[in-house]
Design a protein around this ligand. Structure first.
Ligand code: ARG
Length: 459
C-alpha cells in the first residue's frame, strides 16, 4: 500500500517494520480528539480564506461522517496507515476524494498529535478531579458517622495515642484535596494549544491560531512553535500527579488491608469488594485494596518511563515521543479505576466500633495523658515522661494497664498524682482534650468536617 508520505521513496518497508513503527494499536484512543482538532483546523482555514468554502464544506461533511462512525465504533484502522492521524486522513480521502488531502494544509502530524493529547488530557483530568471528589465525599460521610469512635492511633505501627476514627479517615481526605488541587492547577499547562506550530517552524499560510484555540476551547497558544511540538512536560506532570495520588491510595489500601485482618478486625469490607479463595472456604480477601497498592507500581513506572524517553531527545519532534502515549493511557485508566473502586470500598465498609473501643482500652496509648497531667501540675515534661515510663513498666510487669494501677502505687513515683488522674487517663477524655487546632479532639474534628464540606465543589 502506498504511504501518504511515500513520494520520495523507491520501495516500501516490509509489514513487520511498519508494525514496529505503528502507533495505531493504542493512539486510536485519540480518534475523537483527532477529528475535533481537524474540524477546528479546517474551519479556521476556511475563515482565513486559505481553503474555499466549497472545499471546507466537503471536508467538514466527511469529518462529521467519520465522527458518527467513530462513535458507533465502526472505523477499521490499519497498521499500514501507521497512526490515528494518517488512518483518519486516508479514510477521509476515501470518503470524499482528493479534496480530503487539503485538510493537512498548514499542519503537521507533529502539532496535530500534540494537540490531540492536550485535548485528551483536558477531558480526562476533569474526570479525575470529579472522581477524587466523589471519593472524598465517601470518606467524609464515613468519618461523620465515627467522630466519637475512639481508635488507637499509631506511629511505627505501634500504639501511640487514642484518636477519633474520623480523624484518621479525614487525613486521607486532605491528601486527596491536595491531589485535586495539583490536577486542577496542572490544567493551566494542559490548556495550551500547539496546533499551528506546523512541523516545528510555523507555516507560510496565514493561519489564525487564536481562532483555532477558541474553536477548541483552549485558553492559550504556545508562544514558540519549536516548544509546541517538543513539549511533553504536561504529560510528565500528569503522571507525576497521578503517582502521588496513587501513593496516597496505596497507603490507604495498606491500612484497609491491615484493618481487615483477624489480628486487627477494625473494619470489614463489603462482600461486593472482596474475593474468596479457590481452596480455603473461610477466606475473604481484600483483593481490590491489594490491587490498588500493586497498580501503584505501574503508574510510577509510567512516570519514570516518560522522563527517561525525553531526557536525551534533541529539539524538536523525535519518534521517541510516540512512546509518551501508552503509559499515559494506562495511567488514566488505572487511576480512574482505582478511584472508583476505592470510593465503593470505603462507602460500603463496616467499622467495628466495639473492636476499636476494646483495642484502645487495652493498651498504653494513654501514657502521654499521664505525662501531660504531671507537666500541667508543674513537673518539667522530661521528668514527667520518665515518671510515666516507670509506671508503664510497673504495669507491664503486673500485666495490667495504667487505668488499673492503684493510686498509692502511682503516688510512689510522684506525689503530684491524685484521684482525678483516672478521668484524664480514660481514652475518651484523652481524645476530647486534644483540642488544639487540627487535633483529634471531637470539637476539632467537627470543625474539620465543616471545613472539608467547603472543599467539595461538585456537590
Ligand atoms: N504517531 C506519531 C506520534 O505519536 C505522530 C507524529 C508523527 N510525526 C512524525 N513526524 N513522524 O508521535
Amino acid at each position: 500500500m502506498t504511504k501518504l508520505w511515500g513520494g520520495r521513496f523507491q520501495k516500501s518497508a516490509e509489514s513487520w517494520v511498519d508494525e514496529f513503527g505503528a502507533s495505531i494499536g493504542f493512539d486510536q484512543q485519540l480518534v475523537m480528539e483527532d477529528i475535533e482538532g481537524s474540524i477546528a483546523h479546517v474551519t479556521m482555514l476556511g475563515n482565513q480564506g486559505i481553503l474555499d468554502s466549497n472545499d471546507v464544506e466537503q471536508i467538514l461533511a466527511g469529518l462529521a461522517e467519520l465522527k458518527i462512525k467513530a462513535e458507533a465504533g465502526e472505523l477499521e484502522f490499519t497498521v499500514a496507515n501507521e497512526d490515528i492521524h494518517l488512518n483518519l486522513e486516508k479514510m477521509l480521502t476515501d470518503l470524499i476524494g482528493p479534496v480530503g488531502g487539503k485538510l493537512h494544509t498548514g499542519r503537521s502530524r507533529n502539532d496535530q498529535v500534540a494537540t490531540d493529547v492536550h485535548l485528551f488530557l483536558k477531558k480526562r483530568v476533569n474526570e479525575v478531579v470529579e472522581l477524587i471528589e466523589i471519593f472524598q465525599k465517601a470518606i467524609m460521610e464515613k468519618a461523620e458517622q465515627h467522630v466519637e469512635t475512639i481508635a488507637p492511633g499509631y506511629t511505627h505501627l505501634q500504639r501511640a495515642q487514642p484518636i477519633s476514627f474520623a480523624h484518621h479517615l479525614m487525613a486521607y481526605f486532605w491528601m486527596l484535596e491536595r491531589d485535586k488541587e495539583r490536577f486542577t492547577e496542572s490544567m493551566k499547562r494542559i490548556d495550551i494549544l500547539p496546533l499551528g506550530a506546523g512541523a516545528m517552524a510555523g507555516t507560510t499560510f496565514p493561519i489564525d491560531r487564536e481562532k483555532t484555540a477558541q474553536l477548541l476551547g483552549f485558553s492559550n497558544v504556545y508562544a514558540n512553535s519549536m516548544d509546541a511540538v517538543s513539549d511533553r512536560d504536561f504529560i510528565v506532570e500528569f503522571l507525576s500527579n497521578a503517582s502521588l495520588l496513587m501513593t496516597h491510595l496505596s497507603r490507604f489500601a495498606e491500612e484497609i488491608i491491615i484493618w481487615s485482618t483477624d489480628e486487627f478486625k477494625f473494619i470489614e469490607l463489603d462482600d461486593a469488594f472482596s474475593t474468596g479463595s479457590s481452596i480455603m472456604p473461610q477466606k475473604k480477601n481484600p483483593d481490590m485494596a491489594e490491587l490498588i497498592r500493586g497498580k501503584t507500581g505501574r503508574v510510577y513506572g509510567n512516570l519514570i518511563g516518560l522522563l527517561t524517553v525525553l531526557k536525551g531527545t534533541p529539539l524538536t519532534y523525535n519518534k521517541d515521543m510516540q512512546e509518551d502515549k501508552e503509559g499515559m493511557f494506562d495511567t488514566v485508566h488505572t487511576i480512574l479505576g482505582a478511584l472508583k473502586i476505592f470510593e465503593g470500598m470505603v462507602r460500603t465498609m463496616t467499622v467495628n466500633t466495639e473492636r476499636l473501643h476494646a483495642a484502645v482500652h487495652s493498651d498504653f496509648s494513654n501514657a502521654t495523658e499521664l505525662a501531660d497531667y504531671l507537666a500541667t501540675k508543674g513537673m518539667p515534661f522530661r521528668e514527667a515522661h520518665e515518671v510515666t515510663g516507670k509506671l508503664v513498666f510497673t504495669c507491664i510487669q503486673k500485666g495490667i494497664f495504667l487505668l488499673d494501677l492503684p493510686l498509692e502505687e502511682m503516688r510512689c513515683e510522684s506525689e503530684l498524682i491524685e484521684e482525678d488522674v483516672y478521668d484524664v487517663l480514660k481514652p475518651h477524655a484523652a481524645v476530647s482534650r486534644r483540642n488544639s487546632l487540627g487535633g483529634t479532639g471531637f470539637d476539632q474534628v467537627r470543625l474539620q468536617l465543616e471545613k472539608a464540606k467547603t472543599c467539595l465543589n461538585h456537590f
